[in-house]
Design a protein around this ligand. Structure first.
Ligand SMILES: O=c1ccn([C@H]2C[C@H](O)[C@@H](COP(=O)(O)OP(=O)(O)OP(=O)(O)O)O2)c(=O)[nH]1
Length: 151
């Protein structure tokens, strides 16, 4: 599989030396699991949103983004997901990578330091070059959308 360099650094290496870098759990996994750098256990109440630290920053190649996506196990078993999924880490961002979780489940969810809370997917990006025109070409769909073909 094609690999692309992503520079990563701990923001406070001394404080975070107990944490592991994001890792692909299987050979062909698309996402690297990312761990919570919370200082102690954090209880995410039902219905609550919290921005979790990861303790690291990255530098991605131009033309790529890192997407912050939910882990399906957390979503299905506990209703815990990434509220802005897929979160976008821009190639020019040098701040701490953060994970915004929401607890859509009925029970509070405990996040411990080092828990795998989301996954990061490196994805290519193409910027749109907008061309302002007065009329668009016609298509058979036209303006139909939002279920106009039926459910
Ligand atoms: O889940 C996320 C989403 C974003 N970011 C960081 C990296 C990203 O490059 C930056 C800005 O994200 P975005 O463009 O989605 O946020 P915004 O609300 O539009 O803020 P800004 O005005 O800073 O672009 O915040 C994260 O750490 N985690």
């Amino acid at each position: 599989m094609e690999k692309r360099n992503v520079k990563i650094c701990w923001l406070d290496p001394e404080k975070n030396k107990d944490l592991l870098l994001p890792v692909y759990q299987t050979e062909l996994a698309a996402g690297m699991d990312v761990r919570a750098a919370v200082e102690g256990p954090y209880l995410l109440e039902s219905g609550a949103v919290h921005l979790f630290p990861t303790g690291f920053a990255v530098a991605i190649s131009p033309g790529y983004e890192l997407q912050v996506r939910p882990r399906s196990g957390l979503a299905v078993k506990h209703g815990v997901t990434v509220i802005n999924s897929p979160g976008t880490i821009d190639a020019d961002y040098r701040g701490e990578v953060k994970v915004a979780l929401i607890n859509l489940g009925k029970m509070p969810f405990l996040v411990n330091r080092g828990d795998r809370i989301a996954q990061l997917v490196l994805a290519p990006v193409v910027q749109a070059q907008l061309e302002l025109v007065t009329k668009l070409d016609e298509t058979s769909r036209g303006r139909g959308g939002f279920g106009h073909t039926g459910l």
